[in-house]
Write a protein that binds this ligand. Structure first.
Ligand code: AMP
Ligand code: MG
Length: 269
């Protein structure tokens, strides 16, 4: 089967045209084969998590960004379902409030970085500060335009200190978003998810795409790569994210720590 991580990674410095990406693509994987591999990945992930926890010297930070209704919550629910909750933290970043507003934009983010041995999931992230903030001119252009470099420097520092960062853009088409919004209106169990604000954001689709493209081009680095996930098909989205997480954790070459003393000399009476 295809090596999805290779196909979906954004190579550093590469100009990304999201319009050239097909969000309905399944990269030639059939649903049956994909579902089978997803199940295998979901079994593998807790084993890798156990190693990360045992090693306790590094951590994994998973950044989830996406267009509204792109499936951030669904991805967390499905792909992370097999992990041991003790080793996972999920942080959802909302409109900054209180102390968050009285600090630099990275302050709250740094504070939520997972400790050694743990997996941290960001539901939205510091990228909002070059996405929604840019689209709605929440700060002037000279301020947000300097943030790409600041973000790269920040992520580099984390990486140098043992945090592996993996960033996902869950990319759905405008038509798929309409379908999901309609379902939120029709399905009583989904009504609570419907938001007027999301509908307004839809009018800024083009501006968001431009902002995403720039973030992908400027901030996909060796130490913190971006992956663009075709997310119209939920099963494929889950498969791709789980595949990449398995890959990334395996590339960390995690090892059990050496025991502090020679265990062969220990006798239990
Ligand atoms: P949700 O993820 O649906 O709960 O919505 C959270 C909202 O917070 C979204 O509309 C985000 O765009 C917004 N948000 C998150 N971070 C920021 C930020 N740094 N500045 C402004 N809005 C933000
Ligand atoms: Mg929302």
């Amino acid at each position: 089967m295809k090596h999805l991580a290779h196909e979906l990674i954004v190579r550093p410095g590469k100009r990304v045209k999201l319009s050239a990406f097909n969000p309905g693509s399944t990269h030639g994987v059939s649903k049956a084969a994909g579902t089978e591999r997803l199940a295998k990945n979901l079994e593998r992930l807790p084993l890798l998590q156990y190693l990360l926890y045992a090693e306790a010297r590094r951590s994994l930070l998973v950044v989830l960004q996406g267009i509204d209704a792109g499936g951030k919550d669904g991805t967390i629910g499905h792909v992370m379902s097999g992990l041991n909750p003790q080793g996972v933290t999920v942080t959802s970043f909302k409109v900054p409030e209180g102390a968050e507003k009285r600090h630099d934009y990275l302050w709250r983010v740094h504070n939520a970085v997972p400790e050694w041995g743990k997996i941290g999931i960001f539901n939205r992230s510091h990228y909002e500060d070059v996405l929604v903030v840019r689209v709605h001119n929440l700060v002037p252009k000279p301020v947000w335009s300097r943030r790409y470099q600041q973000i790269n420097d920040f992520e580099r520092m984390l990486s140098d200190n043992g945090v592996r960062i993996v960033k996902f853009l869950l990319y759905i088409s405008k038509a798929e978003q309409a379908k999901r919004f309609k379902l939120r209106l029709q399905d009583k169990s989904k009504n609570w998810k419907f938001s007027d604000a999301d509908l307004k954001e839809r009018e800024y689709w083009r501006q968001y795409i431009d902002a995403y493209e720039e973030a992908l081009r400027k901030c996909s680095t060796e130490w913190a790569p971006w992956y663009v996930i075709p997310a119209n098909h939920k099963w494929f989205r889950n498969l791709a994210v789980s595949d990449i997480l398995v890959d990334e954790l395996e590339n960390m070459r995690l090892k059990y720590p050496k025991p502090a003393e020679d265990l062969s000399k220990i006798r239990i009476k």
